[in-house]
Design a protein around this ligand. Structure first.
Ligand code: FAD
Ligand code: NAD
Ligand code: ISD
Length: 413
């Protein structure tokens, strides 16, 4: 037996949660919306999994971080979905059921890259942890709690690597990080910015092994990892391994049916795919980044939230909805540190502030315009000012004066 809905959202993550709220705000008719998710819990704020969820004290647990609390909006609990007559089906309960729709929103996000895909052998051992969903986070947390006196190795120097290393250290676990680049967060940070964070982590006892990759795991008789073996043969004893080596957008179901670009489902400024009844949002969407005149796929929560709301507006009020005009925004919080970045990290970098006092930043200058802005340890007003700089892209020819003005330049706009 099948059921028909006006709108089906495939995927039950961040974008799905924000889309659901936006549909209700637009007064979607009761019973018209169905969310199909591989997860058994309603959408939640995924960023919490590598931050508040892993804290030794005052940790956050579901239902506290269901969407849309990340931006101070309503918390959509199972009761909320019921009250608004929004159907939620997990893949398990939806098995053997045909669900039809007039409009489909693809919000399938991404899957983690696994070490096997890099040719690493014995990567199926127990005590190797990846982090994408609340089940992964629960397993990592339990392992961390049981790891009294044990050592951890973190593979990957990106967001997951940095945030999980901080969580492990905060839980009293000594950490060695291994990654191929010459500095951490290489997709965004310059060597100078990375040095501040690496020095801070080093002061917390983290050991960095940079510019190399691991080649194999050594396991014990119980099928657990005992050590990580690097390409040059170095052996790192390990009781727990966390892997964060990037993601791939979940596009497989749609290949051959929808246009794929830059590893994502290509959409236009209304988040509509090459099929006019199908939209794609969040990590899975390759969208026109209007400001820069190119197509990008972004793997960050602010875009997931905003692209989801934008697709719903385009569906519900097409006459009032212009093209998605997104300003890239990334952030992280580790230990007591906190940074935000807006715009594009291309061109020359001009640094300001005093990293020894924990407050410093950078502007990226491309073709005499300030196109990107980064700040560690800023206030709410300062971060808002940075966003304005990146949005306005002011012309600046005197980079020395810019460095001298620092955050005051942003605040003066
Ligand atoms: P997701 O939130 O991943 O949701 C995808 C959903 O689709 C999942 O529920 C999945 O199970 C489901 N799904 C997949 N395939 C199918 C299928 N075939 N059928 C049904 N359901 C399916 N970004 C930031 O900007 N700041 C942060 O601090 C930050 N922290 C993060 C911490 C962690 C641990 C992780 C993993 C990510 C973090 N991110 C952060 C990234 C951010 O969470 C993602 O960009 C965001 O979740 C993307 O939203 P989405 O809805 O596109 O995908
Ligand atoms: P990432 O792209 O941030 O980092 C991947 C890292 O993998 C690289 O920095 C590199 O060091 C490492 N790497 C690549 N190949 C390797 C190899 N062969 N061996 C060892 N290391 C290798 O991806 P991630 O850290 O896995 O994060 C996954 C996703 O979650 C991303 O989309 C990220 O944006 C998102 N996330 C975001 C935040 C945030 O925005 N604060 C926090 C957590 C996760
Ligand atoms: O954006 C975020 C973020 O960094 C989180 O930890 O949303 C979550 C929520 O604030 C968790 O409640």
């Amino acid at each position: 037996m099948g059921r028909a809905y006006k709108v089906v959202i495939l995927g039950g993550g961040v974008a799905a949660g924000y889309a659901a709220l936006e549909f209700v705000k637009h007064g979607i008719n009761r019973g018209d919306l169905c969310i199909i998710s591989a997860e058994s819990v309603p959408p939640y704020e995924r960023p919490a999994l590598s931050k508040g969820f892993l804290l030794p004290e005052g940790a956050v647990r579901l239902p506290a971080f269901h969407t849309c609390v990340g931006v101070g909006e309503e918390r959509l609990t199972p009761k909320w979905y019921k009250e608004h007559d929004l159907t939620r089906k997990t893949l398990l309960t939806a098995a053997m059921e045909t669900i039809s729709f007039q409009i489909l929103i693809i919000a399938t996000g991404a899957r983690v890259l696994r070490l096997e895909e890099f040719g690493v052998t014995r990567a199926d051992a127990q005590n190797i942890y990846y982090l994408r969903d609340v089940n992964d986070a629960t397993k990592l947390l339990e392992a961390m709690i049981l790891l009294k006196g044990g050592k951890a190795v973190v593979i990957g120097g990106g967001y997951i690597g940095m945030e999980c290393a901080a969580a492990l250290v905060t839980n009293g676990v000594p950490v060695t990080m291994v990654f191929p680049e010459s500095h951490c967060m290489a997709r965004l940070f310059t060597p100078q910015i990375a040095t501040f964070y690496e020095d801070y982590y080093t002061s917390k006892g983290v050991v960095f092994i940079k510019g190399t990759v691991m080649s194999a795991f050594e396991s014990n008789q119980n099928g657990k990892v005992a050590a990580v073996i690097l390409k040059d043969g170095t052996r790192l004893p390990a009781d727990l391994v966390v892997v964060g080596v990037g993601i791939r957008a979940n596009t497989t179901l749609f290949e051959g049916q929808l246009v794929i670009e830059k590893g994502g489902i290509k959409v236009n400024g209304k988040m509509r795919t090459s099929n006019s009844s199908v939209y794609a949002v969040g990590d899975v969407a390759a969208f026109p980044l209007k400001m820069y005149g190119d197509v990008r796929r972004l793997e960050h929560v602010d875009h997931a939230r905003k692209s989801a709301a934008h697709a719903v507006q385009a569906i519900m009020t097409p006459e009032k909805t212009s093209d998605y005009d997104y300003l890239p925004y990334f952030y992280s919080r580790v230990f007591t540190l906190s940074w935000q970045f807006f715009g594009d990290n291309v061109g020359d970098c001009i640094y300001f502030g005093d990293s020894t006092k924990g407050k410093f930043g950078a502007y990226w200058i491309d073709k005499c315009r300030v196109v990107g802005a980064f700040l560690e340890g800023g206030s709410k007003d300062e971060y808002s000012a940075l966003a304005l700089v990146a949005r306005q892209r002011p012309i600046t020819e005197d980079t020395e004066a810019l460095a001298g003005q620092g955050i005051k330049f942003a605040l003066s706009l």
